[in-house]
Ligand binder design. Sequence first.
Ligand code: ADP
Ligand code: ZN
Length: 210
Amino acid sequence: MNLILMGAPGAGKGTQSEKISEKWNIPSISTGDILRAAIKAGTALGQTAKSYIDDGKLVPDEIVIGIIKEYLTSDACKNGFILDGFPRSIPQAEALEAMGVKIDAVLTIEVADETIVQRMSGRRVCACGASYHVLYKPSQKEGICDKCGAALYIRKDDAPETVTKRLETYHTQTEPLKAFYADKGLLLTVQGQEEVADTTRLVFEALSRL
Ligand code: ADP
Ligand code: ZN
């Protein structure tokens, strides 16, 4: 299964992507995680990406397209993959088509902007890629990752002003992809629920109908 996961920042793409990855045993590729890892490693890519991310903007298309190309052609993806956070613009979607990659479905998780803003204030993340929420998905030990034991932190781009900008970016640049994929008969829509497990159930239902 070759799957694209869409949704506003904070809609729960990363969390659901983990669940799908476990159940279908396919890797999840998060452009956000890859870019954050590059920032942490201090690479040239990371330095460029940081200025856009901290500003709530999209990293330039050429950069993320290059990253994705490298991953999709790797052996790990030969039995399927989940793209979490790519494509995020029409040019990125066109580039994916031009790579000749066949997509089976595009699943969008719908969450209202007001809910997103509330959620982001409680988000805590780990360098290993795990993500938590102080209310909705707390780690077992406060401030510590369940998976690797490292200290959790608040993403800089989760600051309230930046969240508002990221939502704007989502609505103007990413949301047009819904029509783009609906026209191809690929779009599946799931309403994000308050409880993670309820969203997961709807996501699994939608995917098992494929
Ligand atoms: P969220 O979905 O919560 O915004 P991500 O971790 O997916 O979080 O992305 C964080 C940031 O990384 C984005 O706001 C954007 O700046 C950058 N980014 C991630 N994926 C892409 C992409 N496909 N194209 C451009 N920028 C991206
Ligand atoms: Zn961790």
